[in-house]
Design a protein around this ligand. Structure first.
Ligand code: SF4
Ligand code: SF4
Length: 82
């Protein structure tokens, strides 16, 4: 999963780009729900939020390191839950 750092300026650009609805407004800045973030696996080749962020504040979450197979499994789980 990816994460949003406190460099976020709340520009609102990333939230609508997420195919998994993983991005939401937290108490102060936008946040990413790591249970929903597939790093865009299953939807796009590259993480869409990371591509559009104007201040480059969406790195990989060091506490949520996942393999491509794990991300694919998360994608399939999310699809099945819809
Ligand atoms: Fe959503 Fe993709 Fe960003 Fe994860 S990497 S939060 S799935 S847009
Ligand atoms: Fe914050 Fe970047 Fe998302 Fe804008 S695109 S709301 S700066 S994380």
């Amino acid at each position: 999963a990816l994460m949003i750092t406190d460099d976020c300026i709340n520009c609102d650009v990333c939230e609508p780009e997420c195919p998994n609805d993983a991005i939401f407004m937290g108490p102060e800045i936008y946040e990413i729900d790591p249970h929903k973030c597939t790093e865009c696996v299953g939807h796009y080749k590259e993480p869409q939020c990371k591509q559009v962020c104007p201040v480059n504040c969406i790195p990989f979450n060091p506490e949520w390191r996942e393999t491509p197979a794990q991300l694919q499994a998360k994608y399939e789980h999310l699809q099945a839950a819809q």
